[in-house]
Design a protein around this ligand. Structure first.
Ligand code: FO1
Length: 317
């Protein structure tokens, strides 16, 4: 069994690749819910939905989130009614159905885990999707210019992650329990994968919640991480800037330093092969592969490379 720690778009593409390499029914994804937000009374779980829609093959290929072929009538009306004050977080008409369903079911007393499984079943997703917790853990971001703390989506979407960050706070992570099945899955996994997601705001919340970090560290020998940084740049989102702003090196070596307590191996892109020695010096085995997932074929090749990396270095001849 493979257990993958997942954020949004990069993780979703990694899971497509792993699903091509092994039977998807043997994969469990533990997904970040620190990005979750309540907007217009709706419980929105962006990373869970991104992973679900991507694995179902219905994600918008342009944005990497939301549904392909969406219409936006509800948002247009919301913006018109509010003179543009509301509607900054774009919820497609069909995507709204998912949030209405999740919110209704949770109002009926269902856990986020239960609703996640129901939505995955609706899309015939074979990978087992678990939220990191059924309790609220909120990723909050302190903006460097004013020292103001804002919710993650206000930083990421509202401010287009175009502002420097001085701290990240994971409200509720200490007290929250891991969702049912998460710790058992980690303990029993043959291979654990840290997906190429933002280390600070996507994987960080997962590791900080409910003893998940300690459980992963105990399985370090079975953990393969994949760098979301290639040649010093994040493939998507603000991970490179955020690493630098928070005092980490925005490179594969900075990623290796963060993951050294948790992962025995780090998959890095061919563009970073020259840094392999620096990674090895941190006690992490570098594995060079093509990590840029531009389509299903690239995802599949990376999925195979990650599975192979989990089997350790090739035996000497
Ligand atoms: N990301 C954006 O950049 N702008 C949006 O308006 C937006 C809306 C949105 C709606 C539903 C959903 O599931 C995801 C959405 N995202 C949007 C992505 C979201 O902000 C993710 O949390 C980030 O991509 C980080 O993983």
């Amino acid at each position: 069994m493979i257990v993958a720690l997942a954020g949004g778009v990069g993780a979703a593409r990694m899971l497509v690749g792993l699903s091509a390499a092994v039977d998807p029914a043997g994969i469990t994804a533990v997904v970040n819910t620190g990005d979750d937000t309540i907007l217009h009374g709706l419980h929105i779980s962006p990373d869970l939905d991104t992973v679900t829609y991507t694995l179902a093959g219905v994600v918008d290929p342009g944005t990497g989130w939301g549904l392909a072929g969406e219409t936006w009538a509800a948002m247009e009306e919301l913006r018109a009614c509010s003179g543009g004050r509301l509607g900054w977080f774009s919820l497609g008409d069909r995507d709204l159905g998912t949030h209405l369903y999740r919110t209704t079911r949770m109002g009926e007393g269902a856990t986020l885990s239960a609703v996640t499984a129901e939505i995955a079943a609706r899309w015939s997703v074979a990978v087992r999707l678990l939220p990191m917790s059924d309790e609220r853990v909120e990723t909050r971001v302190v903006l460097a210019d004013t020292g103001t703390e804002v919710g993650f989506q206000e930083y990421f979407v509202g401010r287009r992650h175009d502002v420097a960050v001085s701290a990240v706070r994971l409200a509720g992570a200490d007290a929250a329990a891991a969702a049912p099945g998460v710790l058992d899955a980690i303990a029993g996994a043959d291979l654990l994968v840290i997906c190429p997601s933002n280390p600070i705001v996507s994987i960080g919340p997962v590791l900080a919640t409910g003893g998940i970090g300690a459980a992963v560290a105990r399985r370090r020998d079975a953990v393969v991480a994949v760098s979301p940084i290639v040649a010093g740049r994040a493939l998507k989102g603000p991970a490179d800037r955020m690493l630098a702003e928070l005092g980490h090196e925005p490179s594969v070596v900075g990623v290796a330093r963060l993951w050294a307590p948790y992962a025995a191996a780090l998959v890095i892109d061919e563009a970073d092969a020259g840094r392999a020695g620096d990674i090895e010096a941190l006690g992490v085995r570098p594995v060079v592969a093509r990590t840029v997932m531009t389509g299903p074929a690239e995802s599949a090749a990376l999925g195979r490379a990650v599975v192979d990396a989990g089997s350790g270095p090739p035996a000497p001849r």
